[in-house]
Design a protein around this ligand. Structure first.
Ligand code: GAL
Length: 657
């Protein structure tokens, strides 16, 4: 557990660097991320490198006893490079190149950019790979930010055709897999296939899904190129990338497979404002962020990180990029930091050391104000650094890896498929996965977020949010796990080529869950359908979607809840539970509590504003509410810090055993 910071020496006079480094160290900071946007200073003109300033910056930080996280600068190709190779610019769905003048203006499929990236990465990794102060690497910055995963350039289409050839081998196989006989869309060769864009009405969904898969693979290929260069020049230094919050536009499992550390950038207030949350939720958690949102991301990235995950960028105060940008309540920067550590983080690195007085992000807070005084976030970061020492002294096992008893299966293709083929306009996969997560967390359960191909042994409860495409062996692996399994609606509803399974949904899962979804309906946001449980204990309502299900005559399921019109809403067969709709939060929590009980997992109803996490021998309590929360049954001498009375925005840490 340690804290870090993001620093931009190129933004400040060199005369400030030594004092900055000294103050960072005094504050308790141990690592400093630099250079991810510095290409125009590293290589001001083609082939003319200016290393002097960066050498001195790295030396100053190293001399102060700070570890450097060196970045490749490829998120911001300089103007001269774009003018030389205009094909670097990605092409939008409107067929127009996106312009120079901000960042991430590159196409993952551009051969010119791939080559230019190899050159700059080799130069930077060659220069600093063995520098004693450089301890870690970050590739690029936030792949996909600003909607940059998919490009419709000629280079992308050419590579897409190659990707299709490798996947289908023959054009007949592709025509068959996609079902192009529909509307006379059959192709005679791969070279006839374009990007699925600018069509008169919706483009073919299988074509669109494959384009998304292809674009995702392009990100992984580009990252892998950088990782290989770094590893060759900087042996033994872990390589990271900073992913984004709730971002689903590429398959993060595939990119993370090439990294040592999955890190992410945590902006809880910006996320709340910008993402799917209802207006009343946005105002309720305005200055704290949603109590489950950062945790969800920690658990997502923990699951794909070989070394402990990091928060590479932690919101330190108001940001600039949301529609509205509230200030966090006092204590929240500290609370968010401890929440990260409680979920397994090895480092929380604040963005940024000092607020910039110029350019796009001049309204974005830092640990210091632009006139170089410590801001609220800076004071809380110092407190966290001091508390880390207390925790490490109290528990030798505080950095322990986390392994939970509950797994939530999380998938990227599911997001693309439901977006391409929604059937109900608001069928938003990440939101539904998050809602299941919240329901589990509100019961005090710790959750591992895992991919669909993860080993499932050892889990007692496995929760699968709507997952349209399941691997052939999924049914058997779920059954063999011995866990109670909850499947959301639409699970198993499509084949990998986006067709309806021959035996109807849930497709191959019917081997372990003998039911047939014979009809579906989607529901407008203002429509709900009452749900009544068979034993009268859990009533509520259904939203968004209904599967109409019937049982196999030979293996009837138990109907645990029904819709008001009598159709089954929740059924159970053996250890498998099927939810035929998305239920309201309270009903979901009640159903999960009962199923957790059947799985032998104790639950603690926490409501919506207090959260508990366990790591090593310690239990961490977080209070997001405006009122104090009283812990019962914890002896006074068990507290490492905090007390039984957890104040609003407070954190308490106590020995579990
Ligand atoms: C992140 C990005 C940073 C900075 C920050 C502002 O998305 O990686 O460079 O822009 O947001 O909140």
């Amino acid at each position: 557990m340690r804290v870090g910071v993001c620093y931009y020496p190129e933004h400040w006079p060199e005369s400030m660097w030594e004092d900055d480094a000294r103050r960072m160290k005094a504050l308790g900071i141990e690592q400093v991320r630099i250079a991810e946007f510095a290409w125009s200073r590293i290589e001001p003109s083609p082939g003319e490198y200016d290393w002097g300033w960066l050498d001195r910056a790295v030396d100053v930080l190293g001399a102060a006893g700070l570890q450097v996280v060196m970045c490749t600068p490829t998120a911001t190709p300089p103007k001269w490079l774009i003018d030389r190779y205009p094909d670097i610019l990605p092409v939008g769905a409107d067929g127009r190149p996106r312009a120079f003048g901000s960042r991430r203006h590159y196409d993952f499929s551009s051969p010119s950019y791939f080559a230019a990236s190899q050159t700059i990465c080799t130069a930077v990794a060659g220069r600093y790979g063995r520098h004693p102060a450089v301890a870690y690497w970050q590739t690029d910055n936030e792949f996909g930010c600003h909607n940059t995963v998919v490009s419709y350039s000629p280079a992308a289409v050419a590579r897409f055709r190659e990707w299709l050839k490798a996947r289908y081998r023959t054009i007949d196989a592709l025509n068959q897999a996609w079902g192009t006989v529909f509307w006379s869309m059959e192709y005679r060769s791969f070279d006839e296939i374009d990007a699925p864009v600018a069509t008169v009405t919706e483009a073919h969904p299988s074509h669109r899904l494959d384009y998304r898969r292809f674009a995702s693979d392009e990100v992984a290929r580009y990252n892998r190129m950088q990782v290989e260069i770094i590893r060759a020049h900087s042996p033994g230094r872990p390589v990271a990338h900073n992913f984004m919050q709730a971002f689903t536009e590429f398959d993060h499992y595939k990119v993370a497979a090439d990294l040592d550390i999955a890190t992410w950038d945590s902006y809880p207030l910006g996320a709340l404002e910008e993402l799917w949350f209802a207006p009343e939720i946005k105002s309720r958690w305005l200055r704290t962020g949603h109590p489950d949102f950062a945790s969800f991301n920690h658990d997502v990235y923990r699951g794909m990180s070989k070394l402990p995950l990091w928060v590479m960028e932690q919101q330190p105060g108001p940001v600039n990029w949301a529609l509205w940008n509230p200030a966090p309540l006092a204590g929240m920067v500290r609370l968010w930091s401890w929440e990260a550590f409680a979920h397994g983080a090895g480092c929380v690195s604040y963005f940024r050391w000092r607020q910039a007085p110029f350019a796009q992000e001049q309204m974005h807070a830092g640990l210091n104000t632009p006139d170089n005084r410590l801001d609220v976030g800076g004071r809380e970061a110092a407190q966290v650094a001091a508390e880390i020492r207390t925790v490490l002294a109290a528990d030798a096992d505080a950095n322990a890896a986390i392994r939970s008893k509950v797994a939530l299966v999380y998938d990227y293709e599911a997001k693309w498929l439901f977006e391409i083929h929604p059937q109900g306009a608001d069928f938003h996969y990440p939101r539904f996965a998050f809602e299941y997560y919240c329901a589990l967390r509100s019961l005090g359960l710790d959750v591992d977020v895992v991919p669909v191909d993860a080993p499932l042994d050892g889990y007692r409860l496995i929760v699968v949010p709507p997952l349209p495409v399941v691997p052939a062996d999924f049914a058997a692996r779920l059954a063999n796990s011995g866990a109670q399994v909850v499947l959301g609606p639409r699970t198993g509803s499509k084949t990998e080529h986006l067709q309806i399974p021959a035996n109807l949904p849930p497709g191959t899962l019917s081997a372990v869950l003998p039911l047939r979804v014979w009809r579906v309906e989607s529901m407008r946001p203002n429509v709900t359908e009452a749900v009544h449980s068979a034993d009268g204990t859990a009533d509520g309502y259904a939203r968004h979607w209904r599967d109409f299900i019937e049982s196999d005559a030979h293996a009837p399921f138990e109907v645990r809840a029904s819709f008001a019109d009598g159709h089954p809403a929740y059924v159970k067969s053996g250890a498998f539970h099927y939810f035929a709709s998305l239920f309201d939060d309270a009903l979901s929590a009640r159903l999960f509590a009962r199923i957790a009980d059947e799985a032998g997992l104790p639950t603690t109803p926490l409501g919506d504003s207090v959260r508990i996490s366990r790591r090593g021998a310690l239990t961490y309590v977080f209070n997001y509410s405006a009122a104090s929360h009283t812990l019962s049954g914890v002896p006074d001498d068990a507290f490492v810090f905090g007390a039984r009375e957890v104040e609003p925005q407070g954190v308490a840490v106590y020995r579990t055993t």
